[in-house]
Design a protein around this ligand. Structure first.
Ligand code: 3HC
Length: 272
């Protein structure tokens, strides 16, 4: 998702600096963005000049300190509250006092992120959807500590990158995942119970409800580990059985079948 956020921001005219864990990942990230934008040009969807300008606005680094000149930092790390808390505390020391610190989290506690900083009024959630360049929605998530001006700026940024903002409170899973995750978990349960085949469940929900993807295609896209993590956090928060990850989902994650990113989830993919 980080790569998608970089792409849409650079295409919208913002200078973007992304941080990766090591040089190899920086190189890979830049290569992937170049391939994506070149692919769009080859398809006639992006002019060569716009492609080159967008690529010229993107830089990568491995040092969080390099973010000190940024006005907005969007964190898109793995869904791990402790890791995010630690990162926000560090970012707070690095970023300019006026800078907004946002998280692309789908399930972590944004209030907890705000609380580890000295700028809780300028910490909020900006939840994009997968795949970022194609999905129009961003949930702008405010905590009880977020100031109106920060929400306003984040909302303007979302519109500037061509997305549609909706506002939600910092309550676990916000709007979309609160409704989507129980549906995905139920799909796994009915498959596990032997109701129908994967293909038929996917086909049924696509053609019967007009959804763009069936639940298993979507789980593979989102990542089974991400879906399970979100479900666990929701279960922890609400203690309702419908949010508990079903046994099959847990075992697939244990087996490393995480979806498209590992080449195998409910379906298999050509990793090339
Ligand atoms: N930038 C710009 N354009 C791109 C692109 C990129 N990086 N990658 C692909 N495209 C273009 C392609 O060139 C293609 O254009 P073309 O049709 O002119 O050739 C177009 O986008 C997509 O074409 P596809 O045929 O692959 O796409 P579909 O029409 O099948 O739509 C989809 C794909 C938008 C992913 C649709 O299937 C969909 O909406 N699926 C549901 C996704 C969803 O529900 N996401 C939410 C997941 S939940 C989540 O993210 C929350 C998280 O916190 C867990």
């Amino acid at each position: 998702m980080g790569s998608g956020i970089v792409q849409v921001s650079a295409q919208a005219g913002f200078s973007v600096l992304f941080v990766e864990a090591n040089d190899e990942l920086v190189k890979r990230g830049l290569g992937r963005l170049r391939d994506t934008l070149e692919g769009l040009t080859a398809k006639g969807k992006l002019e060569a000049k716009a492609r080159d300008e967008a690529l010229g606005r993107i830089a990568g680094t491995t040092k969080l300190e390099d973010l000190k000149a940024c006005d907005l930092v969007i964190e898109a790390m793995t869904e791990n509250q402790a890791l995010k808390n630690e990162t926000f505390a560090t970012l707070d020391r690095i970023a300019a006092p006026h800078a907004l610190l946002a998280s692309n989290t789908s399930s972590c506690n944004v209030t907890a992120l705000a609380a580890v900083t000295r700028r809780p009024a300028r910490v909020l959630g900006m939840h994009f959807f997968n795949p970022v360049p194609l999905m129009k929605l961003v949930e702008v998530v405010r905590t009880i500590l977020t100031e109106d001006a920060a929400v306003q700026t984040a909302t303007e940024f979302v519109r500037a990158v061509g997305k549609v903002p909706v506002q939600a409170k910092d309550a676990t899973a916000f709007i979309v995942n609160r409704l989507l995750v129980p549906y995905l978990l139920d799909a796994v349960r009915v498959y596990e119970g032997g109701l129908a085949s994967l293909d038929d469940i996917d086909q049924a929900m696509k053609l019967g409800c007009g959804y763009p993807m069936g639940p298993f295609t979507l789980l593979d896209l989102v990542g089974l580990d991400t879906a399970m993590y979100v479900a666990e956090v929701m279960f922890e928060e609400f203690r309702e059985p419908r949010y508990a990850p079903p046994p099959l989902l847990k075992r697939m994650v244990m087996a490393g079948h995480l979806g498209r990113k590992t080449g195998r989830g409910f379906y298999t993919y050509d990793t090339k």
